[in-house]
Design a protein around this ligand. Structure first.
Ligand code: SAM
Length: 247
């Protein structure tokens, strides 16, 4: 059985797609999609030998080798331009996901959907998408086994009528606060419009983390720590205001 997180990613892969799952580990996602007859072809990419071998074994054991190709390589280097329609990258940091997309930009021509699930640093992913003319079409948030995950789905600007101007348009949040592009890159433009209890929990936990860092900085007499403390205080104030407005 797939985790709820991977199931939510799987649900979004259009039936009949050719997909690549980058950082596939045990190739659970492509195996599930292939078993269900939901993809016509899949590439499971892995940069590390151990997970690559685990993926290869999984595909062999499930007799899915005619659909899933397991390849060893860094990021999008494992695919050719035009080879797949959908790319999933899940279970790593947002900065790493953005680095993988940046390094493999030339492989994205012809790709019609990215489904990205950063564990942390979602804003790096949103920023990369925005700067490269990919439009966020959906954001989901879920809690599983005590962890909170976001799933970001994007399509190329030329394939959708939704524009990034519209997605990140400054909008009023609750009473009184205007969410600008910067705030939405952090909190999620869609998540912010329909904040769920999991989203509130995520940002409350984030505030706790920031408070801990602020407390540590407060013990230092370095000038540098003072300015970092001020930045964190401003960030906490902003998040608190948004949460208070929406609750
Ligand atoms: N995608 C699966 C999931 O969401 O359950 C596995 C996530 S696992 C925590 C992250 C995987 O990404 C690891 O197996 C790691 O080897 C792989 N990885 C990290 N950097 C990578 C890169 N640059 N290219 C391909 N795979 C990478």
């Amino acid at each position: 059985r797939l985790s709820k997180r991977l199931e939510m990613i799987a649900e979004q892969v259009p039936v009949g797609s050719r997909m690549a799952d980058i950082g596939s580990d045990h190739a659970l996602l492509p195996s599930y999609l292939a078993e269900q007859g939901r993809v016509s072809k899949a590439v499971a990419g892995e940069v590390n030998l151990g997970p690559y071998q685990a993926a290869a074994k999984q595909v062999r054991d499930a007799v899915l080798g005619s659909i899933i190709d397991v390849r060893l390589g860094d990021g999008l280097a494992v695919i050719e331009p035009g080879e797949v329609d959908v790319i999933t990258i899940a279970g790593m940091g947002g900065a790493l996901i953005a680095t993988i997309l940046e390094a493999g930009k030339d492989k994205l021509a012809g790709v019609s959907m990215l489904i990205l699930q950063p564990n942390v640093g979602e804003s790096f992913v949103r920023m990369w998408l925005l700067e490269h003319d990919w439009v966020l079409t959906r954001e989901q948030i879920l809690e599983e086994d005590g962890k909170i995950y976001e799933i970001l789905t994007a399509v190329p600007a030329q394939l959708t009528e939704i524009t990034n101007e519209k997605v990140y348009e400054s909008r009023r949040v609750g009473e009184g606060i205007i969410a600008n592009e910067e705030l939405q890159l952090k909190l999620g433009p869609y998540l912010l419009q329909q904040p769920s209890s999991v989203w509130f929990l995520k940002w409350k936990l984030e505030l706790d983390k920031l408070e801990m860092i602020r407390g540590q900085l407060a013990h230092s007499s370095l000038q540098e720590s003072r300015s970092k403390e001020q930045i964190i205080e401003a960030e906490m104030k902003q998040i608190k205001e948004v949460l208070a407005c929406l609750q």
